[in-house]
Design a binder for this molecule. Structure first.
Ligand SMILES: [Fe+2]
Ligand SMILES: [Fe+2]
Length: 347
């Protein structure tokens, strides 16, 4: 019922937009033939219908209507906002596109009044990590699938250890490029399942996509302190191609196995970040200041360092471990994910 309701709403909005745009095009093409009084009357009546029917869509309709009198008002206030924010670009055509769709950049500030730098996440999407989470929890592999997942991860770890040795900064950055894949693939497949089964997901789509985004923010933080070389970029590209497809197929065949693999990958990630911390404490890796993006994303105090970032990332990995082993256990008990509410915002 909810889907039908939403679809209907969407169709209504689409119809609304087609109606107003078509009306305007008609107005535009006939403008030379109609006298100015008739044109003004027609535009006025179109505006009235648009605003009365879809007040939430007001900005977009207003912007579309604005094109009719572009010749009289080449620089509208919303264009000026975009220009001031540096988003309109140098070309006149680009400025027109920004104005046409009525999307103006929103300036966000931090609590202290300084400018918010990140477009990919907003202050209300940040959080404080929970470093008190038990890092030693382990899912004992008992069934055949558990053991297969466990040894698959151990087998992946072996060449990884050889490749990276003790370069934990580089290792973290590279492995985050892989770690951000399962959540997106699982979320995407559950999304498709929700559509073709006409059913809810129990929040699991959102939870898995949150995990993917969280992993990507780990990457965005580590790439500020470790730059990949050309062959490492090539390796990521190749591994991503293989891993994405392998996980996609694996999740289609057995989501229980797929989540179990991720659970064990996260256990290994916790181990790797513990080694990373030891290297920082030994002085083998310089404890540089935390990247600005990490300070804002985890709400770290000013003056935080790389060690603080690794601590919160490791806590996140422990949460991913729990979420994925939990998901695997739900399947293990012969249930589907949607019967158990997903841990949205658990990180
Ligand atoms: Fe991560
Ligand atoms: Fe993770």
């Amino acid at each position: 019922m909810m889907m039908i309701g939403r679809n209907c709403g969407r169709l209504a909005v689409a119809g609304q937009r087609l109606f107003t745009t078509a009306a305007l095009r008609g107005v535009s093409s006939r403008a030379a033939q109609l006298n100015s009084q008739l044109l003004a009357g027609l535009v006025r009546s179109t505006m009235t219908v648009s605003w009365a029917r879809a007040p939430a869509n007001r900005l977009r309709n207003e912007s579309t209507l604005a094109l009719v009198d572009r010749a009289n008002h080449p620089h509208r206030p919303d264009e000026k906002v975009a220009e001031e924010a540096g988003l309109a670009g140098a070309g006149g055509e680009e400025k027109g596109i920004v104005s046409y769709w009525g999307i103006s950049p929103v300036k966000v500030t931090k609590e202290d009044g300084t400018e918010w730098k990140w477009n990919s996440f907003r202050p209300w999407e940040t959080y404080k990590a929970d470093p008190s989470i038990d890092l030693k929890k382990h899912h004992a592999p008992l069934t055949f699938l558990d053991k297969l997942a466990y040894w698959t991860v151990k087998a992946i770890r072996y060449p990884t250890d050889i490749f990276f040795q003790r370069r934990y900064g580089c290792r973290a950055m590279m492995l985050e490029t892989v770690a951000a894949v399962p959540g997106m693939v699982g979320g995407m497949l559950l999304h498709c399942k929700s559509l073709h089964r006409f059913g809810h997901s129990g929040g699991w789509i959102k939870a898995l996509l949150e995990e993917a985004e969280n992993e990507r923010m780990h990457l965005m933080s580590f790439m500020e302190v470790s730059k990949p070389r050309w062959y490492e970029r090539a390796l990521v590209f190749a591994v991503q191609g293989v891993f994405f497809n392998a996980y996609f197929l694996g999740y289609m065949i057995s989501p229980k196995f797929a989540h179990c693999v991720v659970g064990y990958l996260e256990e290994e990630a916790i181990h790797s970040y513990t080694e990373f911390l030891k290297e920082i404490d030994n002085g083998n890796i310089e404890n540089v200041p935390a990247p600005a993006i990490a300070i804002d994303y985890w709400r770290l105090p000013p003056g935080s360092t790389l060690r603080d970032v690794v601590m919160v990332v490791r806590a996140d990995e422990a949460h991913h471990r729990d979420v994925n082993h939990f998901a695997s256990d739900i399947h293990y008990q012969g249930r589907v994910l949607k019967v158990a509410p997903a841990p949205i915002g658990y990180h």
